[in-house]
Design a protein around this ligand. Structure first.
Ligand code: FMN
Ligand code: FE2
Ligand code: FE2
Length: 413
């Protein structure tokens, strides 16, 4: 097939003057990073700027290397590809670097010192590279690209590229979300409702630990006037820029909205009955968003997402071999690792001969330094009337504490 035919088949959308979308949709992968389910798929976004010099911003997962090369060829129409700008080296974006070098041996790989170290480490490429520093500008002719290093959002080499001419920010993973691009690419051309929760799930699970680094990056971006954010996953933000930036600001400050997550493990239903009772207590305080997760059924990434969304968290666990129920323990580790701040917390548990779960939950509460309910409930064998009352009281205490007079993260659904 010659280039003319390829051009006909791969009509890349022009998203701003001389900037083209050349990314792909992944509708096949079940779990991102082999861990996070993708019910709505994911896109790997890549962009090409056609100027006196041509430049590609980020690549795609190597499983799509073939179609990616076709898209690039169709856009270049026989012209050389001068630069590859790498904002992020995680292989969902850097995976096609080597194949690109094979098709375009003269391409210059542009990145900061950490990026270039990884290009050599991952792909053995150390020639025809251009190291840029924070704030430096690369001219493509009309388009002037300025680089902003944003370390630890969420890898050490992460940076953003700002097209000063078109006021477009290529933000890497930041502001990205799960979900394929179904026809349209820019937010104003689609119904974006389905992306909000997937943005929070993406943030909470992948970037969540690095709130302080995100805050630094946001401060760096403040002076810039951008009219488009092109992230590496999900829609291009144009109409909803301020909402998306606000959401990142709130999530990275660990802000939350009114509501309570109750997560529990249960083998035979005893701890589950306690969870139901606690939820009734929360509801008595007028809290409308109460989300109960059975850790054995809900996906951990969804539970982590909801913990990032809501102010209150109540955890329940049976004692299991003198420990917490294993899936509950695993969730607590995920919360600890992400350093979630400013939550109100309550806990309960059960046992049959020697309780251990409630003690472990008390230790967790101390570690997190959250506001904790004055009571906790520990049940031996079946639920009795005094513990039933205590569960209601626990729920009510958290319900009171979880009340927030204003709504943050307005777009969470
Ligand atoms: C595999 C297994 C291990 C357990 N280990 C303990 C234990 O170490 N100490 C204890 O007091 N109870 C232990 N139990 C009993 C449960 O903690 C207790 O029955 C609990 O109330 C069950 O609640 P659930 O129905 O919500 O799972 C164990 C139960 C199972 C099935
Ligand atoms: Fe990444
Ligand atoms: Fe990514």
């Amino acid at each position: 097939m010659d280039i003319k035919e390829i051009s006909y088949m791969f009509q890349n959308q022009e998203i701003a003057k001389d900037i083209f979308y050349v990314g792909v949709n992944d509708r096949q992968k079940y779990k991102f990073e082999n861990m996070l389910p993708l019910p709505q798929g994911v896109s790997y976004n890549s962009y090409m700027i056609i100027d006196q010099k041509t430049a590609l911003v980020d690549t795609v997962d190597i499983s799509f290397g073939d179609i990616f090369i076709d898209k690039i060829q169709s856009q270049l129409k026989g012209r050389p590809l001068d630069y590859l700008i790498i904002n992020h080296m995680e292989p969902d974006h850097s995976g096609s670097i080597r194949i690109l070098r094979k098709y375009y041996p003269e391409i210059i790989i542009v990145g900061n010192s950490k990026t270039l170290g990884m290009v050599e480490g991952f792909y053995g490429l150390d020639e025809k590279v251009l190291e840029i520093k924070d704030g430096e500008v690369l001219s493509l002719g009309t388009h002037q690209l300025q680089f902003f290093l944003t370390p630890m959002v969420h890898w050490p080499e992460t940076m953003m590229t700002y097209d000063q001419t078109e006021q477009v920010l290529f933000s890497g993973d930041a502001f990205g979300c799960f979900g394929t691009l179904d026809g349209a690419i820019i937010d104003e051309d689609m119904n974006i409702d389905r992306y909000w929760d997937e943005m929070i799930r993406y943030y909470a699970n992948i970037v969540g630990k690095y709130g302080a680094a995100v805050q630094k990056a946001l401060q760096k971006l403040t002076p810039l006037d951008f009219k488009m954010i092109c992230s590496t996953h999900g829609p291009i933000w144009k109409e909803y820029i301020s909402e998306v930036v606000d959401m990142y600001d709130q999530l990275s400050r660990y802000d939350s909205k009114e509501g309570v997550v109750i997560l529990y493990g249960s083998m035979y239903g005893f701890t589950e009955l306690m969870a139901e009772t606690v939820a009734q207590g929360v509801s008595r305080e007028g809290i409308k968003d109460i989300i109960i997760h059975n850790v054995s059924k809900s996906d951990p990434s969804v539970i982590v997402r909801d913990i990032f969304k809501y102010r209150g968290l109540i955890v329940g666990s049976p004692t299991y071999s003198n420990e917490l129920y294993p899936e509950v323990e695993s969730l607590l580790r995920k919360i600890e690792i992400r350093g979630v701040k400013n939550r109100v917390f309550g806990y309960f548990g059960s046992y049959t001969w020697a309780g251990a779960s409630v003690k472990r939950l008390a230790t967790f509460a101390e570690t997190m330094k959250w506001t904790t309910a004055q009571i906790s409930v520990e049940e031996k064998q079946g639920l009795k009337i005094d513990n039933y009352q205590a569960c209601l009281e626990l729920g009510q205490q958290i319900g009171k504490l979880a009340k927030i007079p204003f709504v943050v993260i307005p777009h969470c659904v």
